[in-house]
Design a protein. Sequence first.
Length: 122
Amino acid sequence: MESESSLLKEHLYQLEEKLLKSEVRTSPEELSLLLKDDFFEFGSSGNIWSKSDFLGQEGAGAVKMTLSQFDMHQLSNDTVLTTYRIFDEGKVEHTLRSSIWKCTNGRWQMFFHQGTKTKGPR
């Protein structure tokens, strides 16, 4: 039987993977469900983004990215940090990623995200 922590880690992995899908990234409705209203991101581009930046016509934009080395760090009962690596096939670029997820009324939503460029897949 899987532990509660393992189940939560799998659930958050699925949510992170969902946010990489073009059909989700280009859907304001889907993004609105996954991102908290006060969401913000420090992008690997150096830009700072908010939820409203992603809710326009193109959403967060279509990408082709592969997620690896996923891990989860429980910060409190309702707050979790996820860390992982991304390979962006379009930009041929590797990044380290971190997200803070908060659970409100039984639903996990991303509160913060950061991407940091790195030299390779280590």
